[in-house]
Write a protein that binds this ligand. Structure first.
Ligand SMILES: Cc1ncc(COP(=O)(O)O)c(C=O)c1O
Length: 404
């Protein structure tokens, strides 16, 4: 990529007809790819053996390595996290209503609704953007069978309080850990909390297998059920003992995973360096709050999350988004406008927003900035300069954007 152009005045901004700062677009979640030669060697090997799927040696090896890394008894690799959630929800016996945050990717809700289980949306804690345990109990009804906590951005949600609530009300607790691979909670790796945790290894995630996911659990029986269910319920040749589906991970995906695992430390250090640079660049910009990671915990630092308080910046999150996109910086709103405002949930619960004031505020503020192995320090300096320039001259920005 060519050196980014540093923007000094408003007329330099691409949205006002300047030339874009970046010759190549910067994405949120551009895939982290490990050592290409090692990957190609593995692909050649699986092409030679012609073992492409169905519990092959690469999948087994990946499952072993992941279980070891996460310090959990069972790891079941899957084709993606959505199917892994669906299977785990069914295998854990969830039914009726399940409490989840609305501020999550739609798959958390869909995995329930897909099997006619009602997602009940809980508000979030504005400090960490995750489910607020203080609001869970008021949502429990005689139909409630469980809670799904969602770890976001590379940090853990309140595992301790959720566990306590679930135990007290005899509810099942599981976690959507799609964002949580390689992260810890009180020093313990995510993967062994609740009845089970579900990871996503989608291409945009910190660690990817092209498409993929995994369920981890310390529960032997649950693990056995999940294994059966992800393979049509087959318990051996010609013997189906359970209802099931196809949730298998392919050998190609596992080969990518094994390769990525070898570079995990490099991915973390690049993400951490980028996160720190963003923190430095945007630390003193009034109205911009950068989400901070707890340095006592392990994180994958995969998401750089800014909150834009328009009442201070005088330029809205969406205006900033427009300015950045024109420069080739494909920053993202996240989980906008909240699951409760998407179908079918919007029609099912038209008043859900009344119970979700913090979620409603947050979805208008969150701006996720590009990081990962494809983004360097110079790019971050140029991105932050654009944000500072737009906020510093917000009045003129508003006037000119209004005139476009
Ligand atoms: C919080 C959350 N849950 C579930 C998913 C679904 O993951 P997958 O794309 O692997 O099905 C994602 C991924 O985008 C996610 O961010």
């Amino acid at each position: 990529m060519l050196e980014p152009v540093m923007k000094q005045k408003l007329g330099d901004l691409a949205v006002f007809r300047g030339s874009p700062a970046f010759s190549e677009k910067l994405h949120v979640g551009k895939p982290n790819i490990g050592n290409r030669e090692r990957l190609v060697a593995r692909i050649n090997d699986l092409l030679d053996t012609k073992w492409l799927t169905n519990d092959g040696p690469y999948v087994r090896q990946l499952e072993r390595k992941l279980a070891e890394f996460l310090d959990v008894k069972h790891c079941i690799a899957m084709c993606n996290a959505t199917v892994a959630l669906e299977i785990t929800i069914r295998a854990a016996g969830l039914s009726g209503e399940v409490i989840i945050p609305s501020f999550t990717f739609i798959a958390t809700a869909h995995a329930l609704q897909w099997q006619k289980i009602t997602p009940v949306f809980c508000d979030i804690d504005p400090r960490d953007h995750m489910i607020d345990p203080g609001r869970v109990e008021e949502l429990i009804t005689p139909r409630t069978s469980g809670i799904i906590g969602v770890h976001l951005w590379g940090q853990a949600c309140s595992t301790e309080s959720l566990t306590e609530i679930a135990n007290r009300h005899k509810l099942k607790l599981m976690f959507d850990a799609a964002h949580g691979f390689g992260c810890s909670c009180n020093g313990r790796m995510l993967g062994s909390f609740g009845a089970a945790e579900v990871f996503s290894f989608h291409a945009t995630k910190f660690f990817n297998t092209f498409e993929g996911g995994a369920v981890t659990t310390n529960d032997d029986e649950l693990a056995a059920r999940i294994r059966l269910m992800k393979n049509f319920g087959f318990s051996g040749f010609d013997n189906v003992i359970y209802i099931g589906t196809n949730g298998k991970m392919s050998e190609l995906s596992a080969a990518m995973g094994l390769t990525g695992l070898e570079s995990l430390n490099d991915f973390v250090s690049i993400n951490r360096r980028n996160y720190q640079q963003y923190q430095t660049e945007l630390a003193n910009v009034a109205g911009v709050r950068m989400l901070k990671f707890d340095e006592r915990e392990r994180s994958n630092y995969q998401y750089v999350v800014a909150e834009i308080d328009e009442s201070v910046t005088r330029v809205s999150r969406d205006q900033l988004l427009k300015i950045l996109w024109a420069e080739g910086v494909l920053a993202r709103r996240y989980f906008y406008p909240g699951c409760h405002r998407m179908e079918p949930y919007r029609s099912f619960f038209p008043h859900a927003r009344l119970l979700l004031p913090e979620t409603e505020k947050l979805v208008k503020r969150v701006l996720v900035l590009p990081t990962g192995t494809a983004v360097g320090i110079e790019e971050i300096k140029a991105i932050c300069q654009i944000i500072r320039l737009a906020i510093l001259q917000s009045e003129e920005v508003g006037r000119r954007l209004g005139a476009i």
